[in-house]
Design a binder for this molecule. Structure first.
Ligand code: FAD
Length: 281
């Protein structure tokens, strides 16, 4: 038998986590699927569940010191409708699940789940999000790229809670997000593509490109992005071939029940090509 805990404050949650190992239950929209039992009996947890979704002190979204801070129990639906939420993240959340699930699901749950097809992750990689973790004694801040280390593996220690996600305020003039799945929403991505550009007087000041579901984590190459920085947008067509080849050598999809390697790679490169064409137009 496992004993569930429902802490009433962050401090109480962290004290409990310093004394035993728990399964953190936030919106439970991933966990209840992963732990379901086909016989219809209640889900089985090997470690006692610690329910954090009711922690009001982690339910917020606010601007602080020029950054956007999103508390760990804030619902995706609240993030979607906040005026400061970066456009790319709004586009992405609109493709995630259904409104009912989005009222329950959280960003921190999507992050800790660390699926290569986790939709919000494409946006968080593009925005260089930071993940803030607390245990009873200290705080750690880790970039999303360092935090997610492999398929469903993160740097979180058992006694640590993700307490917030920190994002820069939106500065990009153009953003693109395409999720390819059996339906426009309420479906897991076969492949996803996201791009951000900041252009001034036809010069590319900043450009970011990320792919979901084609690698063990979200795929982003700073080296390739840097080759475009400072270039005039009219230079993109002649660079396109090299850029496509560069990403083709990095993309390593798998075959699974949703799609196959060939489809994923071809589609990812087609989406990239359409994005590059949109820059020079
Ligand atoms: C019908 C349906 C449709 C879905 N559609 C999509 C979709 O389109 N795209 C997509 O990406 N996902 C989708 N999902 C998956 C899920 O909704 C998201 O991953 C969601 O963001 C998970 O958030 P949660 O709060 O429910 O996480 P939970 O299920 O509560 O937790 C997920 C994992 O994160 C851990 N965790 C949660 N919060 C914290 C924290 N603060 N600190 C440390 N660890 C934590 C948990 O222990 C668990 O391992 C769907 C799920 C369902 C049921």
């Amino acid at each position: 038998m496992v004993e569930a805990r429902i802490p009433h404050s962050l401090q109480e949650a962290l004290i409990l986590m310093s004394q035993a190992t728990y399964t953190i239950v936030n919106g439970a929209t991933d966990l209840l699927v992963q732990k379901r039992s086909w016989s219809g009996t209640i889900p089985k947890f090997s470690q006692p569940p610690l329910y954090i979704r009711g922690l009001k002190e982690l339910d917020y979204i606010c601007e602080r010191s020029g950054m956007l801070e999103i508390g760990a129990t804030t619902s995706l639906e609240t993030i979607l409708h906040h005026p400061k939420t970066p456009k790319i993240l709004q586009h992405i959340i609109l493709t995630m699940a259904s409104p009912a699930i989005r009222h329950q699901a959280t960003l921190s749950g999507n992050i800790q789940n660390a699926s290569p097809a986790g939709d919000s992750l494409v946006g968080l990689y593009l925005l260089d999000a930071s993940i803030v973790l607390h245990n009873r004694h200290h705080e750690r801040v880790i970039s999303i790229q360092d935090f997610i280390v492999d398929v469903r593996k993160t740097m979180r220690e058992a006694d640590e809670l993700i307490t917030k996600v920190v994002l820069p305020i939106d500065k990009f003039s153009q953003c693109a997000y395409t999720k390819v799945g059996p339906r426009k929403t309420d479906a897991i991505a076969k492949v996803a593509f996201g791009g951000l550009i900041d252009i001034e007087n036809d010069r590319i000041r900043d450009i970011r490109i990320a792919f979901g579901a084609v690698y063990k984590t979200v795929l982003r190459s700073r080296k390739i992005e840097e080759s475009l920085m400072g270039k005039d947008r009219s230079a993109v067509p002649e660079m396109k071939h090299v850029l496509l080849e560069g990403y083709a050598s990095l993309i390593q999809p798998i075959d699974d029940q949703r799609s196959n390697r060939w489809y994923r790679k071809t589609t990812a490169l087609n989406l990239l090509e359409a994005f590059l064409d949109s820059i020079s137009r």
